[in-house]
Design a protein around this ligand. Structure first.
Ligand code: F6P
Length: 489
C-alpha cells in the first residue's frame, strides 16, 4: 500500500537562494517527522501548496523535481494564483472556516466567491491527486482547507481508500448551521472512508451535525472508532489526538547547548519566576486575555511584583488578514500598558518577542520557564503544551492550560486547568503555579510527561492508519483506550 498525503501546505518551503535561484528547505511542523519513514519506505508522495503563488515562484514543479531537492519521497506542488490564494486560503479557509470552527462567527466573512474558490481549489487538489494514485493506494487528506476533496476524487473515478484528519476543532451544531454551505460541506465530509478528530468533544459535535442535517444517517458506536451509515456508505469516525516526537524534544532539551542557554535565560532573571507563553499570532490563542490575567495577578499578589517575569513569544502568522494585524496592535498596546504600570529599576515584567524561536532555542526557553501559560480560547490540540512537558527532562515546571485546548483532555491530571475567559481564575492559578513546591511540580510533571510519552506522534499515526486499514473494527486497535473528555471542576 502506497501512501499519498495531501495537505494545504507541503512540509517544505521554496525560498530564494543567494545566487538568485531557489532552494527547498524543510518547513516547520512535526507531521512530516512521523510520516517521513512511512512515505520513504512505501514510495509515498506528499501533495500540497508551496505557500507561494504562481506569480512569486513560477516553476515550483521543476524546482521540487530537481534531484538536488530530493527528500526520500516525492513532493508534488499544487500551484495557486494570487486570486486563488486570496479567496481559497485567506478567504474561505481562514476568514470563514477558521473563525467559525473556533466559535467566533462574528469574525466570519461569508462571501459567496470564497465558497466558489474553495470548491475550485479542492477540485484542483483532487485532479493533481487523481493523476497520481492507483486503486491500492491510500490517500490521507489533512485539515480544514481540503474538506471537500473526497467527493471530487470520487467523481473523477478514484476508488482508493480516502481518509481525512481535522487538525482544528469541529464546532457544535448551533455554530455549524450558521455556515451558508453547511449541507454541502457535511455531505462532502461523508465522502471520506475515515474521518479523524482531535478530541471526543469534536467527534460529539460532528455526530450532532450529522444527526440534525443528514436525513437517514445512523451512528453506530463501537468504542474509539464509530461508524456512520448513510444509504450505502459506511464511514469510520475516530478520535486521534495529535502529538509530538517526545523523544526528539527530550533529546534536544538534554543537550548541553540548550541547558547552557536555559541557564543564561535564568541568570538574566535572578530570583524570579519565569512564565512563558509561545503562541502563533491568532485571535484564537487568547493572548490579550492572558496579558490581562498576568496584570491581574500582579495587582492581586503584590508580593510577586519584581519576582515574576512573563516572556511572551508571538510567532507572526497570516498578517495579510486584517483581524490578525488588529490582534497584534492589541497585544502590543497591552504589553506596553502593563510594562508602563509595573516596570521598576532592574525589572521589566513582560518580555515580548515577535518572531519564531528555532529548534535549538525553543527547548532552552521551555527549560528555563517555571510555568508555561497556554490559554487559547479554543484550540484543536496545542502542541506547545506537549512540547513543554517533553522538554522538562528535570521533571520541574508547571503547566497552566486552557480547558478549551484539545490537549486538556490528556493533560488534565497534571496541569492547572483554567477557563481562559475567566481572567481572575487564570490569575489565581498562575499565582499558585508560580509558588508550587518542587516536590509537587515533580509529581505533576511526571504525570504530564507520561501522558505525552505514551501517546506520541508515532502512536497517533499508527492508530490512525490502523483505523483506516483494519478490516474488522471489533478488535481495533488492541491497545487504543478511549480518550477521556475534560472534566470541568
Ligand atoms: O492549526 C492549523 C494550522 O493550519 C496548522 O496546520 C498550521 O501550522 C497553522 O495552522 C498555521 O497555518 P498557516 O498554514 O495558515 O500558516
Amino acid at each position: 500500500m502506497r501512501i499519498v498525503v495531501v495537505s494545504n501546505r507541503l512540509p517544505f518551503v521554496i525560498v530564494p537562494a543567494p545566487d538568485g535561484g531557489w532552494v527547498v528547505e524543510p518547513g516547520s511542523g512535526g507531521l512530516v517527522t512521523a510520516l517521513r519513514p512511512v512515505l520513504e519506505n512505501r514510495h509515498g508522495c506528499w501533495i500540497g501548496w508551496t505557500g507561494a503563488t504562481n506569480e512569486e515562484v513560477p516553476r515550483a514543479g521543476e524546482i521540487l523535481a530537481n534531484p538536488e531537492n530530493r527528500f526520500g519521497f516525492e513532493l508534488v506542488p499544487v500551484t495557486l494564483t494570487a486570486s486563488e490564494r486570496d479567496d481559497f486560503y485567506f478567504g474561505f479557509s481562514n476568514e470563514i472556516l477558521w473563525p467559525l470552527f473556533h466559535d467566533q462567527p462574528s469574525v466570519c466573512r461569508f462571501e459567496p466567491r470564497f465558497w466558489l474558490a474553495y470548491e475550485a481549489v479542492n477540485r484542483m487538489f483532487a485532479e493533481t491527486t487523481a493523476a497520481r494514485v492507483g486503486p491500492d493506494d491510500f490517500i490521507w487528506v489533512h485539515d480544514y482547507h481540503l474538506m471537500a476533496m473526497a467527493g471530487k476524487l470520487r467523481a473523477m473515478g478514484v476508488r482508493s481508500r480516502i481518509a481525512f484528519f481535522l487538525h482544528i476543532p469541529f464546532p457544535p451544531l448551533d455554530m455549524f448551521v450558521k455556515l451558508p454551505w453547511r449541507f454541502h460541506l457535511l455531505r462532502a465530509l461523508i465522502e471520506y472512508d475515515l474521518i479523524g478528530f482531535q478530541t471526543a468533544r469534536d467527534r460529539r459535535n460532528f455526530f450532532q451535525c450529522v444527526r440534525a442535517l443528514l436525513r437517514g444517517a445512523r451512528i453506530l458506536s463501537q468504542g474509539p472508532v464509530a461508524t456512520v451509515h448513510l444509504h450505502d456508505r459506511h464511514i469510520r469516525v475516530g478520535v486521534f489526538p495529535i502529538s509530538i516526537d517526545f523523544s526528539e524534544f527530550a533529546r534536544r532539551a538534554s543537550e548541553e547547548q540548550a541547558m547552557a542557554k536555559a541557564r543564561n535565560l535564568r541568570a538574566d532573571e535572578p530570583d524570579r519566576k519565569i512564565v512563558l507563553g509561545v503562541d502563533r499570532l491568532d485571535y484564537t490563542k487568547g493572548i490579550p486575555e492572558k496579558l490581562n490575567a498576568f496584570r491581574s495577578m500582579l495587582r492581586r499578589f503584590p508580593d510577586l511584583k519584581g519576582r515574576v517575569t512573563l516572556i511572551q513569544v508571538v510567532v507572526p502568522s497570516r498578517e495579510e488578514i486584517p483581524g490578525y494585524l488588529e490582534q497584534k496592535t492589541t497585544i502590543e498596546r497591552l504589553v506596553s500598558e502593563i510594562n508602563g504600570e509595573f516596570t521598576r529599576s532592574g525589572w521589566v515584567p513582560i518580555h515580548y518577542i515577535y518572531r519564531g524561536l528555532d529548534a535549538m532555542r525553543l527547548p532552552a526557553y521551555y527549560l528555563a520557564a517555571d510555568v508555561a501559560l497556554v490559554t487559547p480560547l479554543k484550540d484543536g490540540m496545542n502542541l506547545v503544551a506537549k512540547e513543554y512537558c517533553a522538554c522538562r527532562v528535570d521533571e520541574q515546571g508547571s503547566l497552566v492550560l486552557s480547558e478549551f485546548a484539545g490537549a486538556a483532555a490528556q493533560l488534565q491530571h497534571g496541569a492547572f486547568l483554567v477557563n481562559p475567559f475567566d481572567v481572575e481564575g487564570v490569575a489565581g492559578a498562575l499565582g499558585r503555579a508560580c509558588q508550587l513546591p518542587s516536590e509537587e511540580q515533580r509529581s505533576r510533571m511526571r504525570r504530564l510527561r507520561k501522558a505525552v510519552r505514551d501517546y506520541d506522534i508515532y502512536r497517533w499515526m499508527d492508530a490512525f492508519l490502523e483505523a483506516a486499514i483494519a478490516k474488522d473494527l471489533s478488535d481495533f486497535p488492541k491497545n487504543h483506550e478511549a480518550i477521556p473528555e475534560v472534566v470541568f471542576s
